[in-house]
Each structure stands twice: as structure tokens, then as C-alpha cells.
Design a protein around this ligand. Sequence first.
Ligand code: GDP
Ligand code: MG
Length: 270
Amino acid sequence: MCDTCGCSDDNDIRMTNMQDGETVAVHRPEEDDGHEHGHSHGHHRETKTIRLEQQVLTKNDLLAERNRGWFIGRSILALNLVSSPGAGKTTLLERTIRDLAGRAAISVIEGDQESTNDAERIRSTGCPVVQINTGAACHLDAHMISHALGELQPSVHSIVMIENVGNLVCPSMFDLGEKSKVLIVSVTEGEDKPLKYPYMFQASELVILNKTDLLPYLDFDVDKFAACTHQVNPDAQILQVSATKGNGMEAWYEWVIQGTTGKFSRSVSM
Ligand SMILES: Nc1nc2c(ncn2[C@@H]2O[C@H](COP(=O)(O)OP(=O)(O)O)[C@@H](O)[C@H]2O)c(=O)[nH]1
Ligand SMILES: [Mg+2]
């Protein structure tokens, strides 16, 4: 959890609207941890840390539910793309935006500790994008997303793709209000990642195995990877793709489009 891993410094969070280039700081309301301040040691410190972690997560969950209601009220499909750094999230998004042009309106929230590099890549596809720089933090949280949504103003019946910070640990604990987490794993990462990072695999509805164009050059065993994935999450769906070559991408597009249809429709009685 982030207070433990030291990424909880909120002073450095920034948001850049790539449409007008303006960067602003993202501030949180002053938070009271509900405990007396001062030095504490040993057991007390541990207790306080755990309580604070629970409070942070509880508060995040409340904000995430607010975001979820916001998405549902606008029939917007929100997906939270998670992975280790370099698995291919941005590449997958770039291709998805280009290939789904005309079939779906997509906007993107980019999360990285620093730089607007990925947001620039997304912007070059013509897609509206807001970059969140998390500074010291290793994950996006629901508060950052609500700021980004206010800036992005996605249209009704559209899709919001959220590219989380590359990290297989903390993003699994922070609900953003998305409909689903989509985990991207590349074939260069080894088959046993599900066993090493079970929380992320459990939290994800869909697992995209990327860079399959490299399989002929590697010892990666796809069946073993699928078995490890289903050992920790029997319900996970696995799709094999190459985001650079395009192999398998149609199945991903179908999964996305499926998520936009029917799920949010409410029967209206007159
Ligand atoms: N061979 C291969 N390389 C890929 C594929 N997808 C992404 N890459 C490369 O992996 C690197 C990291 O990709 P990027 O999209 O930036 O990963 P991210 O950090 O998860 O956003 C880049 O050099 C990409 O060109 C793929 O399907 N096959
Ligand atoms: Mg990226």
C-alpha cells in the first residue's frame, strides 16, 4: 500500500489538458487522519499506518463510486488499463483509437509519474487526452480521475480509456470508478507473473497478452501463462494480441464494443 511504499506525497500531482496545453496542480482537500499527531513508535505506529491506509482506501472508494455514477449517468464506458511499465498500454491505445475511429468516440486519461510523452502520442491520433502526472505516486486514484473528467468533458455514449501508471501492485487497490480493469501483460515478462502479482490479476476482468509477435523468439509458454492466470482468477478472459502488428486486435475491439452496448440501458416506463 502506498503509505508503506512511500508514494503518498500529494504535493507534486499535475494535470495537463493536451488540447490547450495548460498545466495545473491537483490539490486535495485538507485531510484529517483522525489521530493525534506527533511521534509514535513500534506497534502504535503500525496501527496508525494501517488505519490511515484503510481511510485512504475508504475515501478513494467513495470517490470512485461517485465517478462510477457519473459514467453510468452518461452511458460512458470507462476502462482502467493497467500493466507493468512497457507492456504496451500506449501502443495498444494508439492502435485502438485509430482502428475504432468511426465506430466509437474515445477519449483518454494518461497517467505517468512524469512527462507528457504518452499524451503526445495519444494526441497525435486526434483523440482528446488529459495527462495526469502523479509525481511521487505510483498509481492513479479516484480524485485525480474526477479532476481529469472535469477537464476532458467526455461526451455521452463515449468511451474513456484510462492508462494507469505502469505498476502491478498499487493500481490494483485503487478503484477509479471504471467498469473494468484491463491488464496488459507482454510475453517478455514470464509466465508466472499471475502467481507473483495475484491481486492485479484478481482485480482484472480481461487480461491482454501482448507482443505475441515475439513468441517465435522466446521460450514463453502461453498455456502455462493461462493456467497461472486462471489459478488466481478463474473468471479472467485472456486475449492474445500484437499491438504493433495488429494480430488478435479484432477480439479486443469486440470486447470493448460489447461493453458499450446494453449494459447501461435502463428501461424507461412512460
Ligand atoms: N514487438 C512488440 N513490441 C511492442 C508491442 N506493443 C508495444 N511494443 C513496444 O513496447 C515498448 C513499450 O510500449 P508502450 O506502449 O510505451 O508501453 P506502456 O509503458 O505500457 O505504455 C515500445 O517500444 C513499443 O513499441 C507489440 O505488440 N510487439
Ligand atoms: Mg504508456
